[in-house]
Ligand binder design. Structure first.
Ligand SMILES: [Zn+2]
Ligand SMILES: [Zn+2]
Ligand SMILES: [Zn+2]
Length: 111
């Protein structure tokens, strides 16, 4: 598979410092979660940038820092990714009914 070597857990985890503690018990502690705020969606059910461009989108993602609504990576324009990486708001959550997962565009992982 890979050349990654498993190392035993240090006897005193606190001494290992923050970087080694980003994965604890399978729960990913994303440093960008500090950017998450209580937000109100700026729009409902549409990607404003796609509307202006006359483009279409598949699914919507809600920026959890400012409430920006953009389209997902399966959409042609990927406005949620553009917003996340362009403005520095990497944490989004799904804006689809019945979905409540969160994603970090920097770490490329669910958070
Ligand atoms: Zn992150
Ligand atoms: Zn869009
Ligand atoms: Zn934002």
């Amino acid at each position: 598979m890979s050349s990654y070597l498993f190392r035993p857990t240090p006897p005193n985890p606190a001494a290992a410092g923050p970087p080694a503690q980003r994965r604890t018990g399978g729960v990913y502690l994303d440093p960008h979660l500090s950017l998450v705020r209580p937000v109100l969606p700026q729009t409902t059910h549409s990607c404003q940038e796609c509307l202006q461009l006359g483009s279409t989108w598949l699914h919507l993602r809600l920026c959890l820092t400012c409430g920006h609504v953009g389209c997902c990576d399966s959409s042609p324009m990927r406005h949620a990714r553009g917003h996340a990486l362009g403005i520095g708001h990497p944490i989004v959550r799904s804006f689809e009914p019945g979905e409540d997962w969160r994603w970090c565009y920097v770490d490329e992982t669910y958070v």
